[in-house]
Every structure is written in C-alpha cells, then in structure tokens.
Write a protein that binds this ligand. Structure first.
Ligand SMILES: [Zn+2]
Length: 189
C-alpha cells in the first residue's frame, strides 16, 4: 500500500468514523461492524477499496478501533503522539519523498511485505492523526457534545466548529430530547 501523507483530512475523518462504529458509542444500535460484510460496506462507504474480508480481518479492524479511540480521546498532545507512534511501530513500513510530476514532491508512506487490511488502515489513520495534530492543533480532537453520546472525533472542517461525532445523529438526538423536555414542562404528554 502507498498513501500520500498530505491527504491527512481523509485519514483523520476515517479514524473518526471507525472509532464511532463501536457498540460503546452508539449503544442502542450495537456494533456497526457486526460481520465481515458490514465491515466491507463500511470501508466502501468511506472510500477505502478492499478485497473480500473474513472474520480475522473483522477482528483485527475491531482491535485497531480500540487502539484509535484513546488516540482521538487522548488527554494531552504528548500522549496522542506516543500512542500513535506505538501503533505505527506495529506495521512494517517506510516513508519516502517521491516526485509526483516535475518538481512537485510529496511524502509517501509505503508498507513492506504482505500486510493485512487492519495494518494498512493503521498506517493510513496513524499518519493522518499526527498530521491533523500538526496542521490543525490538539483542540480539534474532541468529545461529542451530545450528553447521550460517548463518541469522539477529529474536527477536520474548515471552520473548526463541529460539536458532534455524527452531526446528523447526535445533533438530532439532542433536538429530540430538548423538544420532549419542553413538551413535558408544558404538561402536554
Ligand atoms: Zn456523538
């Protein structure tokens, strides 16, 4: 696998999506990666091409998900960096400078030997999270503002004002709760 290190926004957004498939985040819905087919659909929906996946891939991607959560949720930038370096050290790879077209150079990461889908994703997300920290800052790593959600996310938006891990879902759940509260306050049940 080869990935350009400049494309960190996609990788950081992917890390957010993956972390929030966990059954500990969206408790009612359960594990969003319930079987290898669900994993495949998730990857395709998030722009990652893969071959057919099996139970082992599923297990490894779930394990990666457990390692990414404390990175996105790290209490300090130092810890964020340490945990990410640890994750990256589990995958044989190297970084090199390649010339894309005349005089346009990019950092590229290349995995070595045969690596699993989970290892490819570890490299893809690992460097992206480090770049997000470098380019956007630690305050872009946040917990979801919804009181009923355990999600975390990296805000890679231009304005940097994102509040929810899954804006459509968590934002709406809050609206629904507020609405109910108001109705109850009026005695209209
Ligand atoms: Zn959320």
């Amino acid at each position: 696998m080869q990935a350009l290190l400049d494309d960190y926004i996609q990788g950081a957004a992917f890390a957010t999506e993956l972390v929030n498939t966990s059954p500990t985040v969206w408790v009612v819905a359960g594990d969003q990666l319930s079987d290898p087919r669900a994993l495949q659909s998730f990857l395709v929906a998030n722009g990652v091409d893969t071959a057919v996946l099996d139970e082992r891939d599923l297990e490894e991607v779930r394990a990666l998900r457990e390692r990414l959560r404390p990175i996105v949720d790290a209490p300090s930038p130092g810890e964020l960096v340490d945990l990410t370096h640890e994750l990256l050290s589990t995958v044989p790879h190297h970084v090199e400078l390649v010339e894309l077209v005349g005089n346009v150079w990019r950092w590229q990461v290349t995995t070595e030997g045969i690596v699993t889908v989970a290892q490819e994703l570890a490299v893809f997300t690992g460097y992206a999270l480090l770049s997000a920290l470098r380019m956007l800052g630690f305050e872009r790593f946040r917990a979801c503002a919804s009181p009923t959600c355990n999600g975390v996310f990296v805000d890679v938006s231009r304005g940097g004002r994102r509040r929810y891990c899954m804006p459509d879902l968590c934002g709406n759940r809050i609206n629904v709760a507020n609405h109910r509260q108001r109705r109850n306050a009026l005695g209209d049940k």
